[in-house]
Design a protein around this ligand. Structure first.
Ligand code: IPE
Ligand code: IPE
Ligand code: MG
Length: 233
C-alpha cells in the first residue's frame, strides 16, 4: 500500500445508522466515535497516512437540537480526556481546526490539553475539524492577512497561495483523498481550500460500520485513480 500524505474523512451517517437499528441518534454518535477511534489507531499503526483530517462537527451542526449538540460535545470531551495519554504514547500529534468561541470553555480546555500533550509528537497528525466551517476558515485567514498588511508586517505583493495557506487554522498540506461515508455526495463546507485537487470517494456505508477493512477498500480505489493536476500524461 502506498502511503497517502493527507486523508480527509467526513464522518457521516451516525443518525441514519441509529434509525435503521431502532436506536437513538445519541447511540449512533457513540458508535460513530468508537468506529472513528479504531480508524485513527489503524491508520497510525499501519502508517497509512501522514495527516488525517476528520470532520466531526460543523458550525452548521449547531443548528441541531440542544440535546444532540450537548450529547456530542460531552462525547468529544470525554473522548479527548481519555485518549490523551494513549495518543501521546502512540506518537500521534493532535490539532484542532475550530471556532472556539462557539464551544463551551470546558471543551476548549480538553482540546487545548490534548494539543499540548501531543505537540512534540512526530508521527501521524490528526486534525479534528470541530466547530468548523471551510468558508469561515478562508475569511479568518483573509482577516489575519489584512491586519498584517495594515500593520506594515506584510506587503500586498507577497500574498500568494503559499502564504495564504500559512494563515489558515493549521498549516497543513493539501488533502489527497477525501472519504465521505453514508452515500452523500457533497463536501458540506469541509476544508474548501485544501481539497482543491482531492480525489473523492463516497461509500454507502454509515460511519459506525466503517471498519479498517472499508478503509482498505477505499485506498484500493484511490490507488486506481489517475491524478493529473491539469497536466497531460
Ligand atoms: C455525522 O452523522 C456526525 C455529525 C454530523 C456530527 P450525522 O449526525 O450527520 O448522521 P445522519 O446524516 O443524520 O445520518
Ligand atoms: C457534515 O455532515 C458535517 C460533519 C460530518 C461533521 P452533515 O450531516 O451535517 O451535512 P449535511 O447536512 O448532510 O450536508
Ligand atoms: Mg449527516
Amino acid at each position: 500500500m502506498t502511503k497517502i500524505n493527507h486523508i480527509g474523512i467526513i464522518v457521516d451517517g451516525n443518525g441514519r445508522w441509529a434509525k435503521e437499528k431502532g436506536k437513538s441518534r445519541s447511540e449512533g454518535h457513540k458508535a460513530g466515535a468508537e468506529a472513528l477511534e479504531k480508524i485513527i489507531l489503524y491508520i497510525n499503526k499501519e502508517s497509512i497516512a501522514n495527516y488525517l483530517s476528520l470532520y466531526v462537527f460543523s458550525t452548521e451542526n449547531f443548528s441541531r437540537s440542544p440535546e444532540e449538540v450537548n450529547y456530542l460535545m460531552e462525547l468529544f470531551m470525554k473522548w479527548f480526556k481519555k485518549c490523551k495519554e494513549k495518543y501521546k504514547n502512540a506518537n500521534i500529534k493532535v490539532l484542532f481546526s475550530s471556532q472556539k468561541e462557539f464551544i463551551k470553555s470546558e471543551i476548549v480546555k480538553a482540546i487545548d490539553e490534548l494539543e499540548e500533550a501531543t505537540k512534540d509528537n512526530t508521527g501521524l497528525v490528526v486534525n479534528f475539524c470541530l466547530s468548523y466551517g471551510g468558508r469561515q476558515e478562508i475569511v479568518d485567514a483573509t482577516k489575519k492577512i489584512a491586519t498584517a498588511v495594515l500593520e506594515n508586517k506584510l506587503n500586498i505583493n507577497d500574498i500568494n497561495e503559499e502564504l495564504f495557506k500559512k494563515y489558515l487554522y493549521n498549516d497543513l498540506p493539501d488533502v489527497d483523498f477525501l472519504i465521505r461515508t453514508s452515500g452523500e455526495n457533497r463536501v458540506s463546507n469541509f476544508m474548501l481550500w485544501q481539497i482543491s485537487y482531492a480525489e473523492m470517494y463516497f461509500p454507502k456505508v454509515y460511519f459506525p460500520d466503517f471498519t479498517p477493512k472499508c478503509l482498505e477498500e477505499a485506498i484500493e480505489e484511490y490507488e486506481k485513480r489517475d491524478r493529473r493536476f491539469g497536466n497531460i500524461k
